[in-house]
Design a protein around this ligand. Structure first.
Ligand code: AMP
Length: 250
């Protein structure tokens, strides 16, 4: 069984992002970039399936700037076999990513495509769903458990107030939720070995994908600054302030 895993290079989740002075977006200069955390979970799941003997090959794909090679190498260090870097100028929309992954899937013929449920830079939560629609295959989104059974996969999904278990016919698209697994850290020797593993580089144009520009970001704003807190002398004082100042209780 072959698994394709999509990994996106995003601003590291520990970074407190700065909005550009003209509100046109986020200032990415000198900002630490990492693999999207949900993509790390996707890689980990594929690696666990390989360790169980269910999966034979893991191919990692990233679409973006040349530096996204770092995230592909990171995924290889965690256990993926090879990578494909699709180079694209500027931001890559979810639809462009989905269209690109569809072309790669046609070439690679994977049994499963595993993606993060969302990229933490744009918080779109769209690519997996769009990809499944483009591929005309089943989708198991927000997966918290994945069990392959022959030519089917059982996916437990995190839904509002509970869990839903579904069975999908392979090939299928799966998107990972936070509780699917806890990703491992790469070992230094594996990081060194990953530098020599196969990594194919191709451009969007060479794949025949036209980047979609149907969406324009009008404005990005930082959250309002929180005002400083105060100390209250007693519970009665607290209740009085909640009632009369904050007006959150009556
Ligand atoms: P989104 O729907 O844009 O929030 O992204 C959801 C998931 O789609 C991510 O966690 C990745 O697995 C995949 N994805 C989105 N954009 C890219 C990209 N440029 N390169 C590789 N994977 C991507």
């Amino acid at each position: 069984m072959k698994v394709l895993v999509a990994v996106k290079r995003v601003v590291d989740y520990n970074v407190k992002v700065r909005v550009k002075p003209d509100n046109s977006g986020i200032d990415l200069s000198n900002v630490k970039m990492s693999m999207n955390p949900f993509c790390e979970i996707a890689v980990e799941e594929a690696v666990r399936l390989k360790e169980k003997g269910v999966v034979a090959e893991i191919v990692v794909v990233s679409i973006g700037e040349a530096k996204a090679e770092e995230q592909i190498r990171a995924a290889i260090a965690l256990g993926a076999d090879r990578g494909i870097l699709v180079q694209a100028e500027g931001p890559v929309s979810s639809l462009t990513a989905a269209k690109t992954l569809k072309v790669i899937a046609e070439k690679e013929q994977p049994d499963m495509v595993i993606l993060g449920k969302q990229a933490i830079d744009s918080d779109n939560n769209q690519t997996g769903q769009m990809l499944a629609a483009l591929m005309g295959c089943a989708q198991g989104t927000f997966a918290s458990k994945v069990e392959v059974d022959g030519n089917q996969v059982q996916v437990t999904r995190e839904i509002d107030g509970g869990l839903q278990t579904i069975k999908l016919q392979l090939p299928a698209v799966i998107t990972t939720d936070l509780r699917l697994n806890e990703p491992r850290y790469a070992k230094l020797p594996d990081i060194m070995k990953a530098k020599k593993k196969p990594l194919e580089k191709i451009t969007l144009q060479e794949l025949g994908v036209v980047a979609c520009t149907s969406l324009t970001t009008l404005k990005v704003e930082a959250p309002a600054e929180r005002s400083a807190g105060i100390k209250v002398a007693s519970v009665a004082d607290l209740v009085e302030k909640l009632k009369n100042e904050a007006k959150v209780i009556s």
